[in-house]
Design a protein around this ligand. Structure first.
Ligand code: ADP
Ligand code: MG
Length: 274
């Protein structure tokens, strides 16, 4: 299988406003194949978001190589789309214009946008809501719109940073199943960050466990559970075995993170090192 994404010894050091340095990730080395669904789990502040931002081209790493389809990533581009926890829809745009926003930015005319967004609105189950405004949509529907907005520009790679974290438990489970359905239909390569171990396993081909900061890949756990996966696979013995394994690794890392943190938080919400 060809590599969609290659990261070789990627390291990212930030400089805080007071001049002190934070080594967020160190020696991130991994390959993601075309069409793969890969999740990252790890304690807060271990550099997961940092890595996704680098892949998105929002900032270069301090050192190391990062290649998309064999070419170095130098800036953001429509071949990568990011989906965040907050849907961040424009309240003054109806659904179809929110979903088509990327196309509008690229200069496409509105009648053409309306046509282009239609299959994506269908794909995420929002047909009939084209002219509805965001405030009329539930959290789950807003997150579906968010996904459609990322997909409509037809990216090669979807970068999802805790996209379901703000949803209630039931909606979240439904969204996981729907995301797998959409992924099955679109064949996108997905990098997905979550704090929920069972969400990571349920969705992924591989779960990458990231160590406490500075983040390194501690383990690359293959999820050998056949697809399509119904939500009931979460109760199978094979699933539970993987969950136990990942849980043990994370627990250890979370303990390291907790031991070195104070109770206050920096502006990114990550706990500060003593
Ligand atoms: P995660 O997403 O795993 O919670 P992040 O990638 O957001 O972790 O952050 C990793 C570390 O880098 C944290 O200690 C965080 O405080 C620090 N960090 C993130 N962004 C910045 C920044 N812009 N400037 C300085 N430090 C940062
Ligand atoms: Mg994060």
């Amino acid at each position: 299988m060809p590599s969609m994404l290659e990261a070789r010894k990627v390291r990212m050091e930030y400089e805080r406003r007071d001049g002190s340095k934070v080594l967020a990730i160190d020696d991130f080395t991994l390959d993601v194949h075309k069409g793969e669904f890969v999740s990252f789990v790890g304690p807060s502040g271990c550099g997961k978001t940092t890595f996704l931002k680098i892949v998105n081209g929002l900032m270069p790493p301090t050192s190391g190589d990062i290649l998309l389809q064999g070419r170095p990533i130098e800036h953001s581009s429509r071949d990568r789309a990011m989906v965040f926890q907050e849907a961040a829809l424009f309240p003054w745009f109806p659904l179809w214009r929110n979903i088509g926003y990327g196309l509008e930015c690229a200069g496409m005319k509105r009648p053409e946008i309306r046509k282009r967004v239609k299959p994506y609105i269908e794909l995420v189950g929002l047909s009939g809501f084209e002219d509805v405004y965001p405030y009329e949509l539930s959290g789950g529907m807003q997150q579906r719109a968010n996904l459609a907005r990322a997909l409509v520009v037809d990216p090669q790679v979807l970068l999802m940073d805790e996209p379901f974290a703000a949803l209630d438990a039931q909606t979240r489970e439904m969204m996981q199943a729907e995301l797998l359905d959409v992924w099955g239909q679109t064949q996108k390569t997905v990098l997905f960050i979550t704090h929920q171990i069972n969400e990571a396993i349920y969705l992924s081909d591989r779960v990458l466990v990231v160590s406490a900061r500075p983040g390194k890949i501690l383990d690359d756990v293959k999820v050998d559970i056949p697809r399509p996966r119904g939500l009931d696979v979460k109760r199978s013995a094979a699933f539970r075995d993987i969950e136990d394994h990942v849980w043990r690794l994370i627990e250890e890392q979370a303990r390291i993170t907790m031991a070195r943190t104070k109770t206050h938080r920096d502006e990114d919400g990550a706990a500060l090192e003593v």
